[in-house]
Design a protein around this ligand. Structure first.
Ligand SMILES: CC(C)(COP(=O)(O)OP(=O)(O)OC[C@H]1O[C@@H](n2cnc3c(N)ncnc32)[C@H](O)[C@@H]1OP(=O)(O)O)[C@@H](O)C(=O)NCCC(=O)NCCS
Length: 153
């Protein structure tokens, strides 16, 4: 399926929240508030189908000079397995390269997906904790059971 990926606008807020929070309700990712979306809207990409329906989103969150994180990656259930998630992560990779960032990371339960895209497992506990800003909002914080995946650019 050919999803087109574009920069998000503030008009995409409701749909981005729907996508993220529907998966967050199943414990697959962190939930987001409208405030968080507006603050970070410039980091967001959305995927559209040929009718202009938003079927996925992702954000590139710069953590430090050398590293950025893929966050808020969410695809509409009806469009799983059609390359939408891959297209979104590839867009994050492209943006990270343009920013001259060296490493892209993801904290995730989606091992196979990230492995398929060339990410490698890494020891997330070896990363300075102050960099994990998103984690400060996570109820699991010290008991994180997500795996860390890294892609060297
Ligand atoms: C993870 C997620 C973004 C994947 O999106 P998707 O559009 O279904 O994935 P794609 O179709 O682009 O898959 C790309 C590749 O990964 C593989 N893949 C995707 N999910 C997989 C899974 N759960 N198990 C095994 N392989 C998987 C696909 O088969 C495909 O492989 P291919 O290139 O050989 O065809 C989507 O399932 C999702 O939104 N999940 C819920 C929210 C979530 O967990 N987000 C991640 C937070 S870090």
């Amino acid at each position: 399926m050919d999803a087109s990926i574009r920069n998000a606008t503030v008009m995409d807020d409701t749909r981005i929240l729907e996508l993220i929070n529907s998966h967050a309700a199943k414990g697959l990712m962190l939930s987001k508030t409208p405030y968080k979306i507006y603050c970070n809207i410039q980091s967001f990409f959305v995927a559209e189908d040929s009718n202009g329906k938003i079927i996925g989103c992702a954000a590139l969150s710069v953590m430090w000079k050398d590293v950025a994180e893929v966050t808020s990656l969410a695809v509409d259930n009806d469009y799983f397995g059609k390359g939408v998630g891959k297209a979104l992560v590839e867009k994050c990779i492209e943006r990270a390269r343009a920013l001259k960032i060296e490493k892209l990371i993801a904290l995730t339960y989606q091992d196979k997906f990230f492995e398929r895209l060339g990410f490698k497992l890494f020891d997330k506990d070896a990363f300075p904790r102050k960099l994990w800003r998103e984690c400060l909002e996570c109820p699991k914080l010290e008991m994180c059971d997500e795996k860390g995946y890294m892609y060297i650019l």
